[in-house]
Design a protein around this ligand. Structure first.
Ligand SMILES: Cc1ncc(COP(=O)(O)O)c(C=O)c1O
Length: 400
């Protein structure tokens, strides 16, 4: 009898975590590796949030809570959706989990049966297809193009939907591209969804607050109120409040779905960390004053990275609307050979050679379902980003 489960064979480990780990090992071995693969802000968690956690510990708020969150946090989530997105929910429609990742996972586990399809625009956040497979469903990926700014068209969505489609996963601004859908672009997609009443929408709004220039964030249930009854609007504190390690994510949607997600959570993690929940209450209810300055820092870094990468022959890099990633195409470099003799046959070979020969860790596009590209996370200082781009420029210039 084989020991490991069949479902494990359907998934692969997260490539971004694998590359970040490898970069860390090379650094520990004495190499001067610059890691631009981790998807987390380099800012510290704001003091008011840390202090709320310390107060919670001192007040003895250190026991189990209700499986899907304390009442205070659920109320804070309702207030946030009302304030920021014009979406009205009651606390019974809210679920809090151990990171946005667990929220998405719970929802898929609670709803997917073998044969159910989940439509995912590519490039996508690495975990979507694997979480779908783990839950027994089938990912149906829809490839966007550089020409459409890494956004799918309504025609593509229409063609991907089938009687077996259970969910459409929507992520704007996107990890890995930073592409954001404008209201009229999202409306064109929600119009398609209105014609397919059996399809539910999972909107992953994790990068809502990290948007630049004239881009205005929008989310499906807000753009098309008729979708409210079949939309799970997901978000979290990890990226906006620099709280990746605290592990708090949340979602709101129809109560029967929220109840089903609670059942899964009650038999897996019981409840998200109590102290982190109190910290998240402060994140959502407390001052939001640092959001704009942090976003301004990310915008400056985006501009720096884009300006340096755009000088490289064979690299094309669209300007992202949000998040802290760029996703340059290396179509112009495929077929060349690195100074160290590596044939750049695809983006994985490119990323490996870049790490080996130039000491820069990036994630290859194939991990996100669209090639040939690579993802840079620019959550790093100007000095580090400038040096990393200089190394990438030199590596590309040396290609034969
Ligand atoms: C698009 C997207 N969704 C969800 C998550 C999960 O965030 P967390 O589990 O840290 O809340 C991430 C993290 O990288 C992400 O990029």
């Amino acid at each position: 009898m084989q020991f490991l489960s069949d479902s494990l064979a359907r998934v692969k480990p997260s490539p971004s975590i694998a590359i970040t780990t490898l970069a860390g090992e090379l650094r520990a071995a004495g190499r001067d590796v610059i890691g631009l693969s981790a998807g987390e802000p380099d800012f510290d968690t704001p003091d008011n949030i840390k202090e709320a956690a310390i107060r919670a510990i001192q007040a003895g708020k250190t026991k189990y809570t209700a499986p899907d969150g304390i009442a205070e946090l659920k109320q804070a989530v309702c207030d946030k959706f009302s304030r920021d997105n014009g979406l009205e929910y009651t606390p019974a429609q809210v679920s809090v989990g151990t990171g946005g990742k667990q929220i998405l996972y719970n929802a898929l586990m609670a709803t997917l049966n073998p044969g159910d399809e989940v439509v995912i625009p590519a490039p996508y956040w690495v975990s979507y297809p694997d979480m779908v497979r783990l839950a027994g469903g089938t990912p149906v990926c829809v490839e966007s193009t550089l020409e459409t700014g890494f956004k799918i068209t309504p025609e593509q969505l229409e063609a991907a939907l089938s009687p077996k489609t259970k969910w459409f996963i929507f992520n704007s601004p996107s990890n890995p591209t930073g592409a954001g859908y404008h209201a009229q672009e999202l409306k064109a997609l929600t119009d398609v969804l209105l014609r397919h009443p059996h399809v539910w929408v999972m909107s992953d709004d994790m990068y809502e607050h990290l948007v630049f220039d004239d881009f205005t964030f929008c989310t499906p249930a807000q753009i098309e109120p008729q979708l409210y009854d079949r939309t799970l609007t997901c978000n979290g504190v990890s990226k906006a409040y620099a709280m990746t390690g605290w592990r708090i994510g949340y979602a709101a949607g129809p109560k029967p779905l929220i109840d089903a997600m609670r059942k899964i959570q009650s038999q897996s993690t019981s409840n998200p960390c109590t102290i982190s929940q109190w910290a998240a209450v402060e994140a959502l209810n407390g001052t939001q004053d640092y959001l704009l300055p942090n976003t301004a820092v990310f915008r400056r870094r985006r501009d720096l990275v884009i300006s340096l990468l755009s000088t490289i022959d064979g690299v094309a890099c669209p300007v992202p609307d949000g998040a802290f990633y760029v996703y340059p195409s290396i179509a112009g470099l495929i077929g060349r050979t690195s100074a160290g003799g590596v044939a750049i046959t695809d983006d994985e070979a490119f990323a490996k050679a870049l790490l080996e020969e130039a000491d820069v860790a990036v994630v290859h596009g194939a991990a996100y379902g669209l090639s040939p590209n690579f993802r840079i996370s620019y959550a790093a200082s100007d000095e580090i980003l400038t040096e990393a781009c200089r190394r990438i420029q030199a590596f590309c210039a040396a290609l034969r």
